[in-house]
Ligand binder design. Structure first.
Ligand code: 3HC
Ligand code: NAI
Length: 707
């Protein structure tokens, strides 16, 4: 008899000669300390039990094991460690089989690699995604995966963090066979019994020969090292992965395992790990909003779109890609022809790159209908308006929608800044009106701000979240205000950037500092990419209501007055000769900046990159705190996710609010108070920031789950 396990998350049961160990730790069988303990006990007991001839490890439910329990990182480590458990599995004197259904990721795959034989069901997803959390495999992944799959494939797996499917895992030799169906226990038992019948013995991964061709392995490692140095801009763990694979060639197995663990623990201690894991949980938490819990989404089987310009076309592609039929309405025949062409252009690009067949494109476009008649919306479940950013135009569109749409249809606007309460009031059904703020290009950008006006009903908000899920977007709930979460905060830190420019730093120095922080682009590059005319129009619209006492930097207006709108006109803040995508600095722009300084009597001073970022981030965080305090964002983490998915904020810093916690709120507040001595109107500390500092708390204390 097998000694019954005392674990509640790992159970053992004998089936004939095979002891089946089931990891049962919902929802995804993450490896908590209890799982490690239970698994080690179960394996040891089975090894010692003469009645057991082979051991099978499976996960309960739809997944094998999704990896180490991420929630335990940063806490005091509890024995046994995962490498110890994996080594104990591999050391077993009887064959050990792992049967993989669903996810075998990170530590989950490492457990499977510790086993002697692996079978994968067709839905299996294997991967070593630790790099996405600022980590590296820490329980034998860097030593066992290369021994099975070879250095190159293992490095690709670990450096990309991507999941692979069962078939690819078979071709990489990470698993030895595939099985049909959904029953991992049955597939594993069949395999184990077959192995016993064949008299197959233990087969340790440490003895596998994937690195036998040392020259090929070394070449793969050298190539990965060079590539990593180029691509992993400031990231801590990728190069450690490469070095860990190198250890396989230079050191004995045990030594390589030991060094892997040391490097893994150094990654655990890195602030990048904290930032990336915050991002992991935050992007799951954002979908947990009161309305989605309180109400069921409405039926959503078709989508209408008003306007086929930049945004309307991108949203149409998103909806088509989600499998929905799309009806698009434009002003006139010329515009609808252009709208259709805008949609087709996206698919033509995929066909040209060989990523889509012409037949597949035709099948998708068969779900698209264009019209100039609003009556085409009579049967759709949800309409998204993406016409010009003009309140009167939008109100007129919503009046039409109110007239033609069926009762219960959701009416959404993609406005960037306008008052959605006012748009809702132009209909007789304000309860059905919601904001769906997509980001450009809408078929690519993941962020979707779901803007919740005062009168909207909960099931409409729930429907918006359901749509986001279908479109594989990351939804963030936002309240109504000028610019919602993202654009409102952007307006403030962009202003801070303008002040820094006028006070002495060039736009190029500012962009460089922002890139040095981890952004892919600086704010002036973004302006050039989006088109300077858009911001110019907004500034002109707001000129009448601008506080005359507020500091206003005119450099961008001077640039736009010359017709320099950025990439599309060949110059903006940068020069783009012959359609270049990367801009060159422009002495004429610097002359404009100088002239503006002289006009205001500003004597330019030097800014270091660090000084630039302190101001840039203080402005962002301060406005973020105001947005949270006003309930525009539910929690600080909603601000973080907005910036990670909509504005290129470096993921390893977790988002602006997480970054502020890392720096310390007291320090940020002190900076704001210092800057306020120059410009008290702009640098007004957010009351929430002051309150948290006074209480010795940080933003994370406000990231409570929504009830
Ligand atoms: N630890 C703790 N919780 C986890 C977890 C983990 N490794 N993986 C997922 N969860 C939680 C999620 O937070 C979520 O919780 P919630 O319901 O309270 O929000 C729940 O499990 C379900 O997760 P998803 O919503 O993501 O479910 P999906 O079905 O969409 O995806 C998944 C499942 C593919 C397993 C996905 O959750 C995933 O990719 N998880 C992370 C996998 C990973 O990165 N593993 C490596 C960990 S590091 C490691 O193993 C170190 C080792 O080398 C020593
Ligand atoms: P666009 O100018 O490219 O497209 C607008 C389209 O609306 C045009 O094709 C026009 O013919 C059509 N249109 C105008 N009035 C109409 C009417 N009454 N009925 C039917 N169609 C009509 O504009 P863009 O950039 O697509 O912006 C649309 C909306 O999306 C705006 O509210 C904008 O603020 C918002 N938005 C824009 C983003 C961007 O980066 N461009 C990002 C997020 C939101």
């Amino acid at each position: 008899m097998t000694t019954p396990s005392t674990s509640t998350v790992v159970r053992s049961a004998r089936q004939g000669d095979v002891l089946c160990i089931t990891i049962d730790n919902p929802p995804v069988n993450a490896i908590s300390s209890a799982v490690r303990r239970g698994l080690k006990e179960a394996v040891e007991a089975a090894d010692a039990d003469a009645a057991v001839k082979a051991i099978l490890i499976v996960g309960e439910g739809a997944n094998f094991v999704a990896g180490a329990d991420i929630r335990e990182f940063g806490q005091a480590p509890q024995p046994p460690s995962l490498p110890e458990v994996c080594n104990r599995i591999e050391d077993c004197s009887k064959p050990v089989v792992a049967a993989i259904r669903g996810a075998a990721l990170g530590g989950g795959l490492e457990i499977a690699l510790g086993a002697h034989y692996r079978v994968a069901l067709h839905d299996a997803k294997l991967g070593l995604p630790e790099v996405q959390l600022g980590l590296m495999p820490g329980a034998g992944g860097t030593v066992r995966a290369p021994r099975l799959a070879g250095a190159q494939a293992a490095l690709e797996l670990m450096l990309s963090g991507l999941h692979i499917k069962a078939k690819e895992a078979l071709s990489l030799k990470l698993v030895g066979r595939l099985a049909e169906g959904e029953d991992a226990l049955a597939a594993g038992l069949a395999y184990a019994n077959e192995l016993l019948a064949q008299g197959a013995g233990v087969r340790r991964t440490r003895d596998a020969q994937g690195l036998a061709d040392r020259a090929a392995a070394q070449a793969a490692i050298d190539a990965a090292r060079a590539d990593t140095a180029k691509k992993s801009r400031g990231l801590f763990s990728p190069i450690k992965i490469v070095e860990a694979v190198q250890n396989n060639l230079d050191k004995p197995f045990e030594e390589a395992v030991k060094l892997e663990r040391e490097a893994f623990l150094a990654c655990i201690d890195s602030p990048q790990r904290a930032g990336l894991i915050h991002a992991f949980f935050a992007e799951r938490e954002v979908a947990k909003v009161p309305e989605a819990k309180a109400a069921q989404p409405r039926a959503l089987n078709s989508v209408g779109i008003v306007g086929g310009g930049t945004m309307g076309a991108g949203i149409a592609v998103s909806a088509l890609d989600a499998g929905l039929p799309v009806v698009m309405v434009e002003r006139d025949q010329v515009s609808i022809d252009r709208g259709r062409a805008n949609v087709e252009k996206v698919y033509d690009g995929l066909v040209a790159k060989g990523r889509m067949t012409a037949e597949a494109k035709a099948a998708v476009m068969a779900r698209y209908t264009g019209s100039t008649d609003y009556a085409a919306f009579a049967d759709v479940d949800l309409v998204i308006e993406a016409v010009f950013e003009d309140l009167e135009v939008k109100k007129a569109v919503f009046k039409e929608l109110d007239r033609v749409c069926k009762a219960g249809a959701v009416l959404a606007t993609n406005t960037s800044y306008l008052d959605i309460d006012a748009i809702a009031a132009s209909t007789s059904r304000a309860q059905d009106v919601v904001g769906l703020h997509f980001f450009s290009p809408a078929n690519i950008m993941k962020l979707l701000e779901i803007v919740v006006p005062a009168k909207v009903s909960a099931d409409v908000v729930a429907t918006a979240f359901a749509l986001a899920k279908r479109m594989k977007k990351v939804p963030v709930r936002a309240g109504v205000c000028d610019g919602f979460i993202g654009n409102r905060i952007l307006a403030v830190y962009k202003q801070a950037a303008d002040y820094i420019m006028e006070d002495g730093a060039s736009p190029y120095e500012i962009d460089e500092a922002v890139r040095g922080f981890g952004y892919p682009m600086g704010p002036f590059q973004v302006t050039d990419l989006a088109g300077g005319d858009i911001g110019w129009a907004t500034r002109k619209r707001r000129a009448a209501t601008r506080d005359p006492k507020a500091r206003y930097v005119e450099v961008a207006d001077r640039v736009c007055e010359r017709g320099w709108f950025g990439q599309k006109t060949g110059r903006g803040f940068y020069l783009y000769p012959q359609g270049a995508r990367v801009g060159q600095s422009d002495p004429e722009v610097l002359a404009i900046v100088d002239a503006e300084r002289q006009k205001k009597g500003i004597v330019p001073r030097k800014f270091t990159a660090e000084e630039i970022m302190r101001r840039y981030m203080a402005a962002m965080v301060n406005e973020g705190a105001k947005v949270v305090a006003e309930g525009i964002a539910l929690r600080p983490l909603d601000v973080d996710v907005t910036f990670l998915y909509g504005y290129g904020f470096p993921r390893h810093r977790g988002g602006p609010m997480k970054y502020a916690d890392t720096v310390g709120l007291a320090k940020i507040l002190e900076d704001i108070r210092t800057f306020a001595q120059e410009d008290p109107l702009f640098w007004k500390p957010a009351p929430l920031l002051e309150k948290l500092v006074a209480e010795g708390k940080d933003f994370s204390s406000l990231n409570q789950p929504q009830g």
